[in-house]
Structures are given as C-alpha cells and as structure tokens.
Design a protein around this ligand. Sequence first.
Ligand SMILES: O=C[C@H](O)[C@H](O)[C@H](O)COP(=O)(O)O
Length: 222
Amino acid sequence: MSVEDNKRLAAEAAVQEVRDGMVVGLGTGSTAAFAIAALSHRCAAGLRIEAVATSEASTAAASASGIIVRDFADFATLDLAIDGADEIDSRLWAVKGAGGAMLREKAVAAAARRFIVIADGSKLVQAIGAAKLPVEVLPFARAFAVAQLENLGAAVTIRPSYCTDNGNLVADCRFNAMTDPPALAAAIAAIPGALGHGLFLDEVDAAYIAADGVTTRLGRPA
Ligand SMILES: O=C[C@H](O)[C@H](O)[C@H](O)COP(=O)(O)O
C-alpha cells in the first residue's frame, strides 16, 4: 500500500461519519483532497449536505466535484470537520499548516462539534514538534513578529514567494525541542501580528490513521 492509498483509506473512513443534513468543514491538502473526493461520491449517491472549505483550493475542488459549498462567514457552528495534519500524537495534539491554511483551518475546526484528523501512518508521532510550525504573519508586522518568534527559540524562515488566502505571510518555525506545546501556543498567540499558528491542541476529537492498508481510529467515537 502506498502513502497515497493510506491517505485515501483514512479519508474514506472519516467520510463515513457524515450524515444527511450535516454542515461539514472541508480541510486543505492532499489528504483532505481524498475526503473531498469521497464526499463527492457520497453526494452523487444521494447524500444531502452543505460544506464550508478552509481554502480557495478546497472550495474550488469541492464545488467542481458537485458539493454545495457555503461561505463559512455565515456559520457559527458546524456539525463535523475533516482535515489532514503534518504531525499528530496519541494525545491528539497536531501540527498543521504545511499548506499554509492553518488560520482558516483552526477557525473551522473550532467551530465544528466534532473535528477529525485524517492521515497516513507517517504523520503519527510519539510527540509533536519535529515538523516545522507555521505561523501566519501580518506583512505589516513581519520583522517584529519574526524577532518575537526567534525569542521563543525558533529558527524562522519566511516562506518564499508565498501569500496565504488571507493575504498574509507564513513564518515557518523550527524548534530544537518543543517541550511545552500549550505554553508555546499561548506565547505565539500573544504576539501582535502573529495571526494564527499550526498547533492544534484542543480541537481534535478523533483521528483516522491508515498504515499498511489498516485504518485505526484514535479518540472518541462519533
Ligand atoms: O495547510 C495545510 C494543512 O494543514 C494540511 O491539512 C496539512 O499540511 C496536511 O497536508 P497533507 O495532507 O497534504 O499532508
């Protein structure tokens, strides 16, 4: 089984949780794309849902595949959201944002009554922290925000020639050791000009992880 097969299996398992009448948050990235495809097949077979998407790319993919996509700005809550991750551990702490969508993704995850991460087995780690941690930065405050992130111990690279869907920069942060993710999340959130980051510590309710063709669910059942 290839990595892509495992991404697809994890996505298909998560999409089984979607029920008629739900409003569903759609993630961003290659694994979320499999969820959009699986959802599209279910919609073609008669499932009636509405979706909101976490990026312009996912909006376009979902709309093109026949899923009704609404504006998240009109929804205070969602029934379910499904998204990929760059790292996830058994505490259901995740790092997201390699695709730069973490700000919208976190708003959608937080609004969802149930947020599911889908991933191939390579994303399951003993403890999060090895992956780069993306931070969305207001261009106006670029140098200040970078300096503040460096003060927190990060080696920071502004993602070259990149602009988020919100018109902002991404500062990719590498930490030698991420010893206290909740403290780090709070410290980054307190930086003026840092608009969002890829640490998801409170949002994930469950994860479907597929490795060698076998899908395992971590976290609480639907
Ligand atoms: O900004 C991107 C998102 O957080 C993605 O969900 C994450 O990077 C995982 O992407 P992929 O499924 O392509 O590995």
